[in-house]
Design a protein around this ligand. Structure first.
Ligand SMILES: [Zn+2]
Length: 143
């Protein structure tokens, strides 16, 4: 899809009440239009030094059929960058596993846990409920 028009962005922004489809924060001025079902951009390695490379987007997509307005959700920059090219279910798992891993890897967090400053409740993927799911459930029950 070519660059979104202002009107298209305004439509996407209002899909879930002007909030991030995932965390539900009020969308700041700068936000992203996320492909819910990922398009997965093609990457190429560009040499940056003698033995160093960085990956940059070629502009092409592995799944261009997903590049349509119905498949775009408004997302805050943080959620969109963290979700990257993941599906909704993968993103849900990333949040749970990421938190679990952060506690396991952090001596400070484990110490805070031992001293009762931090309570970590075991979370399951089902505990992560995205804003768009709550929003859609609210709309359904209002009918
Ligand atoms: Zn967010």
């Amino acid at each position: 899809m070519t660059k979104l028009t202002k009107k298209q962005r305004a439509v996407i922004r209002e899909k879930f009440g002007g909030k991030c489809a995932y965390c539900g924060c009020e969308l700041p001025e700068r936000w992203h239009a996320d492909h819910v079902v990922p398009v997965v951009r093609k990457l190429k390695a560009v040499k940056t030094g003698h033995h160093t490379y960085k990956l940059v987007s070629t502009g092409e997509m592995h799944y261009p059929e997903n590049d349509k307005l119905e498949n775009m959700y408004p997302a805050c920059v943080e959620c969109n960058l963290y979700k990257h090219a993941a599906s909704v279910e993968c993103f849900r798992k990333m949040i749970v596993d990421g938190f679990r891993g952060a506690v396991n890897r952090s001596q400070s967090l484990r110490c805070a846990q031992r001293f009762g400053m931090l309570t970590v409740t075991p979370a399951a993927d089902a505990d992560v409920i995205f804003w768009f799911e709550k929003y859609q459930a609210e709309k359904e029950s209002a009918r």
